[in-house]
Ligand binder design. Structure first.
Ligand code: ZN
Ligand code: ZN
Length: 282
């Protein structure tokens, strides 16, 4: 399995010199499976960059959305393959009202917000309706779980036939006090021993209590999740738009120190736009 980060930022794109190293595009992660199937996790502005690398010709994209907040769908109108006749985009259910929510998203192509209307999209968009919470996509098994986020969100665990595994959990508030749909211990079991655990790490202690209930996690809580879930690698993701590269360096260094003491077998990194992880077969 190959995992590539095209967008790692949360809330709103944050371009500029202070975010250039980690990247300013919003959530979009590509997962290439052993059988060649391509899964896209979220359609933030990073999707535009991904679109540029997909060669012309018949293409099928499996689109898994955590939810439909702006930062997870804004790349759609700027996704090159969307404007090709021979592209098929398979959209998987959302946490609730899948088809209706996606329809409302795509109808933002309404000639007020975008110059081209939804009826003029040449590619094929298929709404697949697999039952339950475990789905087959190509050579992989995908399992979903509900997350603690205003309006609802879902996370995914993807296991390829060769045994490689990735878990993608954003936007999620690990220390949510109200309306908890999934407790941290259950998430740790869900993410148990994956190769790569990607988790929303938007906030640090100094952001609190102002951002309690906003649906995102403290870095410290993510490290604790990593200690329990024992992934080979833990990646801090969905960076706050105001977090500079230098601040992310500091967060990374402090997080590595903590992990070396509490979970020495787990490598820690900060998700960076443009990086690729090749997960070996097990
Ligand atoms: Zn988000
Ligand atoms: Zn959100």
């Amino acid at each position: 399995m190959r995992v590539t980060f095209h967008g790692v930022r949360g809330s709103v794109p944050a371009p500029g010199p202070s975010t250039a190293r980690y990247g300013g595009n919003t959530s979009c992660v590509e997962v290439e499976l052993g059988d060649g199937s391509r899964i896209v996790l979220d359609a933030g502005t990073g999707l535009r960059e991904l679109g540029k690398k997909i060669p012309a010709g018949p293409t099928r994209i499996h689109l898994l959305l955590s939810h439909t907040h702006w930062d997870h769908v804004l790349g759609l109108p700027f996704f090159g393959p969307l404007w090709r006749k021979d592209t098929e985009i398979v959209v998987y259910p959302l946490a609730s009202d899948a088809q209706e929510r996606f329809r409302q998203t795509i109808t933002l192509f309404d000639e007020i917000h975008f110059p081209v209307g939804v009826d003029d999209i040449p590619s094929t968009i298929d709404f697949t309706k697999p039952s339950g919470n475990v789905w087959r996509i190509g050579s992989a098994t995908v399992t979903r779980i509900l997350l603690n986020h205003p309006g609802g969100a879902q996370g995914f665990r993807i296991e390829d036939a060769d045994g490689s595994k990735v878990c993608y959990l954003t936007d999620n508030e690990l220390s949510a006090k109200t309306g908890v749909v999934t407790a941290p211990d259950e998430l740790a079991r869900f993410a148990d021993e994956v190769d790569l655990l990607i988790h929303d790490s938007q906030y640090i202690k100094a952001d609190m209590p102002a951002k309690v209930g906003w649906g995102h996690s403290l870095v410290d809580d993510v490290l604790e999740l990593g200690r329990k879930a024992r992934p080979k690698q833990l990646l801090l993701f969905h960076h706050d738009p105001d977090r500079t590269d230098d601040q992310l360096d500091q967060i990374r260094d402090a997080a590595r120190t903590w992990m070396s003491e509490h979970a020495p077998d787990c490598e820690l990194d900060v998700a960076t736009e443009g990086t690729t992880y090749d997960l070996p077969a097990r």
